[in-house]
Design a binder for this molecule. Structure first.
Ligand SMILES: CC(=O)N[C@@H]([C@@H](O)[C@H](O)[C@H](O)CO)[C@@H](O)CC(=O)C(=O)O
Length: 319
């Protein structure tokens, strides 16, 4: 095994997969995207082909190409590139895991299969174990996102004795609001050097209190710098300042009842970074005009993102 690798900690941007207006992947902007994350947002870890990256809406060949492009463009610039390799088919997941190892990724993550589902901890572990074994030199992270997979096995239960079954297990990406489950994961694994990466950006401060060692999320693409300031305030025990940052990011995320998801993330990132992210792929729909107009107004009204952070006058995603 190539361990020990540097522990994955701090902010990890869940990357968007840029697309053209006709739905093809726009590989040409990934180099620019890497530079934007590193230089403008101070974020040097990425999570590729996850929820934000529409990984499950891409073909296997596209997922391989996207992973390869991020690893290539991130070389000597990014600290860690973790590739999400979860799939409904064990074979596909193994193929992607093996590919991630071949291209020099720093880790792999896997969600629970969500159509024919594992109903018990042992069955889920068996699935994850088979995927991890396809990349025996790569750190393995379990990606817990029960609201989307429908697999409700508690993370705390899953982690109990997991390294005996999956020796490459290095941590948990926890995208759920159940802070009791999250806290129990941390508390019951204090002897291990696991990474506990929280995935609900609007609750990150609470998760830091519970022992999160880092965070993976969509908003760190464009709020990385501000969220790093929140992490620093938390480190200094300046909770009032940290809370102020957290509330501002919550209010940005929930500024309207128009919904917030991958389409909205693409639209906001296009506006803030000036890099065209394009529309999402079906079944997702492009963010509505109503959303983009109110998002633009909100971004401008918030001190959080100053006027000068906005690279262009319109939020319309590369149209
Ligand atoms: C359901 C969802 O997309 N959750 C996001 C959050 O970052 C989320 O966008 C954010 O908390 C705003 O609600 C991440 O947990 C997803 C993620 O890390 C990924 O793209 O794999």
């Amino acid at each position: 095994m190539a361990f020990p690798k540097k522990k994955l900690q701090g902010l990890v941007a869940a990357t968007i997969t840029p697309m053209t207006e006709n739905g093809e992947i726009n590989f040409s902007v990934i180099g620019q995207y890497v530079d934007y994350l590193v230089k403008e947002q101070g974020v040097k870890n990425i999570f590729v082909n996850g929820t934000t990256g529409e990984g499950l809406s891409l073909s296997i060949s596209e997922r391989r190409q996207v992973a390869e492009e991020w690893v290539t463009k991130g070389k000597d610039k990014l600290d860690q590139v973790v590739i999400h390799v979860g799939a409904l088919s064990l074979k596909e997941s193994q193929e992607l895991a093996q590919h991630a190892a071949e291209i020099g990724a720093d880790g792999i993550a896997v969600i629970a299969p969500f159509f024919l589902k594992p109903w018990t901890k042992d069955i889920l572990i068996n699935f994850l174990k088979e995927v991890a074994a396809a990349a025996p030199a790569l750190p393995f992270y379990y990606y817990h996102i029960p609201a989307l997979t429908g697999v409700k096995i508690r993370a705390e239960e899953l982690l109990d004795g997991i390294q005996d079954k999956i020796p490459t297990f290095q941590g948990l990406k926890f995208s759920d609001t159940d802070l009791l489950d999250f806290g129990q994961c941390v508390d019951q694994n204090r002897q291990q050097q696991f990474a506990f990466l929280f995935g609900v950006d609007e609750q990150l401060l609470s998760a830091l209190v519970m022992g999160a060692t880092g965070a993976v999320g969509s908003t760190y693409n464009y709020l990385g710098k501000k969220t790093n300031q929140m992490l620093e305030a938390f480190e200094r025990k300046d909770l009032s300042l940290a809370l102020n940052y957290q509330y501002q990011s919550c209010f940005l995320i929930y500024f309207s009842c128009l919904g917030f998801g991958v389409s909205q993330t693409k639209a906001i990132m296009t506006l803030v970074s000036g890099i065209p992210m394009g529309p999402p792929r079906l079944p997702l729909q492009k963010a509505s005009r109503e959303f983009t107009d109110s998002a633009e107004a909100k971004l401008k009204s918030l001190d959080f993102l100053s006027f000068t952070d906005l690279k262009d006058g319109s939020l319309e995603a590369s149209s």
